[in-house]
Ligand binder design. Structure first.
Ligand SMILES: [Zn+2]
Ligand SMILES: [Zn+2]
Length: 246
């Protein structure tokens, strides 16, 4: 929720929400951003650079001794998101080989799993699919008769309007019971320094969506992925415990 105090006029984006980042990130967003993960109450947590983080760590908080070093600036939420998104490539360079290996392995695993699902359940043959966030179930049906049921966890979505990937752990339109286990993928990203797994939203296409889904399927030990069309792109869900409805 925003009030007037949180609203600013951005020269590029017009009226938007005020967010706070250090002057170094403003000058050069293409570096690691130190910030909390977004929450429903705080979708754009204050962020600062590595140098500022060293100052922060010295004091364990921001206080009068270190806060002038960070020189916190106000930027709009769209500028915040695009800056954070643009940090990925600079951070990723350092882990390029292990990241590529991870993607290749997970992609191979997912291809095999999808093939198995196709043979077992022929999901694309069913007329309808519906998901229910409350029950966490995806149901494939024909003429009102359920055929196949799967437990689901939301992985993330591709928007063809903004050309971005958004992790479901940062998508508060979803109920917690379909976006909580996915945090394990973010944990892996943190442990391995893979920025695409820890930055909530970044510039992406459908191929990226499949790649992130392959990693999620591996981490969650899911049976496969269902990609559902949305009004403005695609939603990727990890499926487990697939069974025939009858
Ligand atoms: Zn800084
Ligand atoms: Zn802006």
């Amino acid at each position: 929720m925003t009030n007037d105090e949180d609203t600013i006029q951005c020269t590029e984006h017009g009226e938007a929400t005020a967010t706070f980042i250090c002057e170094h990130l403003v000058a050069n967003p293409q570096q690691r951003w130190y910030c909390d993960y977004p929450s429903e109450d705080n979708p754009w947590p204050d962020a600062w650079c590595g140098e500022c983080d060293a100052e922060f760590e010295k004091e364990g908080e921001w206080n009068e001794k270190n806060e002038c070093a960070a020189n916190i600036k106000i930027v709009c939420n769209y500028c915040y998101e695009s800056g954070h998104a643009s940090s990925i490539e600079a951070v990723e360079k350092k882990v390029a080989d292990s990241w590529k290996q991870m993607l290749t392995e997970c992609h191979q695993q997912l291809s095999a799993k999808q093939e198995l699902l196709k043979n077992q359940f022929s999901l694309s043959r069913h007329k309808r699919w519906d998901y229910d966030q409350e029950t966490g179930l995806l149901t494939f049906s024909n003429d009102g008769i359920p055929a196949v049921i799967a437990n689901i966890e939301m992985i993330g979505s591709i928007s063809s309007i903004t050309d971005t990937w958004l992790w479901s752990w940062a998508n508060f339109h979803f109920l917690p019971n379909v976006r909580t286990r996915i945090v394990a993928v973010r944990d892996l990203g943190e442990a391995s320094d893979f920025p695409r797994l820890t930055v909530p939203k970044w510039y992406a296409d459908t191929v990226d969506g499949w790649e992130m889904s392959a990693i999620a399927t591996h981490v969650l030990d899911a049976q496969g992925v269902y990609r559902a069309p949305t009004d403005n792109g695609f939603l990727f869900m990890a499926m487990s415990d697939l069974r025939f409805a009858t």
